[in-house]
Design a binder for this molecule. Sequence first.
Ligand code: MG
Length: 267
Amino acid sequence: MRLATVATPAGSTAAVWQNDAWRALPAPDLSSLLASGADWGVGDALPDAVPVLPLPRPGKVICCGLNYGDHIAETGRETPTHPTLFAKYADTLIGPHDDIVLPAGLEVDWEAELAVVVGATLRNATAAEAEQAIAGYTVANDISVRDWQRRTLQWFQGKAWDATTPIGPVLVTPDDLDPTAGVEVVCRVNGVERQRGDTKTLVFDSAALLAYISTFTVLRPGDVVLTGTPGGVGMGMTPPTYLRDGDVVETEIASIGTLTNTVRFTH
Ligand code: MG
């Protein structure tokens, strides 16, 4: 099943893809739909519906760094015993075709990622319980401001710039997608492939991350966890290469969809 928040001429709504059309679900967006927990009655087909930011109000956005072997190697670090976690705010999220707007002069880098969306409340969950609580999977790009990330040991200030993390375009439910069996996570910049990783090589898979996080904080329906990026980020290139004004970043997981976002520097 494919779920989305779609914009229509009559406003935005949660929607499900059925019989070659987006059909309305009884909530204004997927954040509200997942929080409602109600049975979903499927409404009419929505002509001219376009997927937008799927989850406008997650209570928590938690990210895992250093979760693919090739990316760990390019950062020069050891394979971690525990997930390397940091948080973003909901204010960081933008839609699948929105511009990434930042001040000029920053070292702005790409990080294509699989994101897992929570579908039920989790606290002290086992991996098996966490797996049962997955609402679905989507695509994200953990756009990172490297010079700010490196200012201190904590990465937070390089990862939490408002309106810089594209996510979407749709949420694919676990009955239709199993990342532990392997899905490719790809990033292209101006059409040139920069990253291609396989989720079956993740050090910590989605269920393991949700279970681990749930030991210290409650996860609720609609919360989002970014599972980390494969090798090939700009910081790891020789010389390091960062995004420029007008660059087009495509982030793709073929079985979910593609984010296409243009970088716009303000002066
Ligand atoms: Mg990341």
